[in-house]
Design a protein around this ligand. Structure first.
Ligand code: PLP
Length: 398
């Protein structure tokens, strides 16, 4: 008889030939358990989704309560649905003045697509600028601004009028002009291997966008909801984008995304022509209910306040290992760079054998990601780092 693993490889379409293919039966907090009862500590959080851990009781309760009322009622924006309204108000209370109007969607890619369309629609311009080594998703609009030729070349023609700049290059900002509808950037480049902005770069980008009347779009899809030690990454430098894209951890484990802007900018999607963006499942009420609980958990306690210290603890415990070339991090978003891609491939597999799940970055495969649920405790960080050290030690003595 075919096992579930056999059926997975036979019938589930896969985006790559080398999935980690763990067979997880249940997950709780920072832990996942496979069908053989083996425990794994999740150091990826489903790529920055499970910020408050798997199956947080507050999220479970919110989901159950909402299931008792209604699930999908109507395509987005037609009915007044209480979970959407409450979540939009909650986000508005937490975000700066120009980010008070929230367009709910179902995923990060859809948030990016919506933001690009909104910028074109509002400015009447067509050029979109993005950064090399940025990942914003794989649909054709998002792919057009993906900063890697390898992943997108086979899908051309893509959107015209796209230009790429180098992240942290001040001279490159001169390419932003009166033709530019928007510049899309992550405030910290994630898939490039956690590349932090150099001091002044994001402010210079904001200033240049203002001069050219181009919109600035922040993709905080990986970085928001406490990951970098602030609820939103934009808080670190007090720079306010014109459009903010959110997803991943927004729904506390449920699929949800949003692009957020001012009422004035957002208004352009609703006229000449109307229906500037249409989505059936965007802002699904059960997901919005989960997202409210997620926000309440994150803002009520001191989870976020502890994030930077926890990141520093990881850094201190790992930084002196001879196989580690560099660690780049902000809060609990960390890239651990080894000597080569081959070595990192093998380390990732050995860590999984030893019960730790990490993964590699799209554009920096010699580095592995450490992005655990933010609720990871100090003693768990010490346990994790001793396993990583043990695996790396065995590797160096090979
Ligand atoms: C920075 C960034 N933007 C956008 C996306 C696309 O999000 P989604 O996969 O939810 O569509 C991702 C996904 O990994 C991402 O990391």
């Amino acid at each position: 008889m075919l096992t579930q693993r056999d059926l997975f490889f036979r019938h589930v379409a896969l985006p790559s030939r080398k999935p980690l293919a763990l067979e997880i039966e249940r997950a709780e907090g920072i832990n996942m358990y496979d069908i053989y009862g083996k425990k794994f500590i999740d150091l990826v959080s489903g790529v920055t989704v499970s910020n408050i851990g798997h199956r947080h009781p507050a999220v479970l309760k919110a989901v159950e309560d909402q299931l008792g009322k209604y699930m999908h009622l109507m395509v987005y924006g037609k009915y007044i649905q209480s979970p959407q309204v409450k979540l939009a108000k909650h986000l508005a209370d937490l975000l700066p003045e120009d980010l008070k109007t929230c367009y709910f969607v179902s995923s990060g890619i859809e948030a990016i697509e919506g933001a690009m369309k909104l910028a074109k629609r509002y400015t009447g311009r067509t050029e979109i600028i993005a950064f090399r080594n940025a990942y914003h998703g794989g649909t054709q609009g998002a792919l057009s601004i993906l900063g890697s030729e390898t992943l997108k070349n086979a899908f051309r023609p893509l959107l015209p009028d796209i230009r790429f700049l180098t992240f942290n290059s001040f001279p490159d900002l001169d390419y932003i002009s009166e033709k530019t509808a928007c510049v899309v950037t992550e405030p910290i480049q994630a898939e490039a291997g956690i590349i932090l902005p150099v001091p002044g770069f994001l402010q210079a980008l904001r200033d240049r966008c203002n001069q050219a009347s181009a919109l600035l779009v922040y993709d905080e899809i990986q970085m928001a909801f406490g990951r970098t030690g602030r609820l939103f990454c934009l808080e670190h430098e007090q720079i306010v984008p014109d459009i903010l894209c959110l997803a991943k951890s927004m729904g506390g484990g449920m699929p949800l995304g949003a692009f957020i802007s001012s009422r004035e900018i957002m208004g352009s999607l609703a006229c000449n022509p109307e229906l500037g963006h249409i989505t059936t499942f965007g802002g699904h009420p059960v997901c919005c209910a989960a997202a409210i609980a997620n926000l309440e958990v994150l803002t009520a306690g001191d989870i976020i306040q502890q994030v930077q210290a926890k990141g520093e603890l990881f850094y201190r415990l790992l930084k002196d290992h001879s196989l580690i070339k560099e660690i780049r991090y902000k809060g609990l978003m960390m890239a651990v760079e080894l000597e080569s891609e081959e070595m990192t491939n093998e380390v990732v597999h050995r860590l999984a054998e030893n019960g730790l799940v990490v993964d590699q970055f799209l554009f920096r495969p010699a580095a592995f990601r450490i992005a655990p649920p933010l609720i990871i405790e100090e003693n768990q960080i010490m346990e994790v780092c001793s396993v990583i050290t043990m695996v790396l030690d065995k590797f160096s003595s090979k």
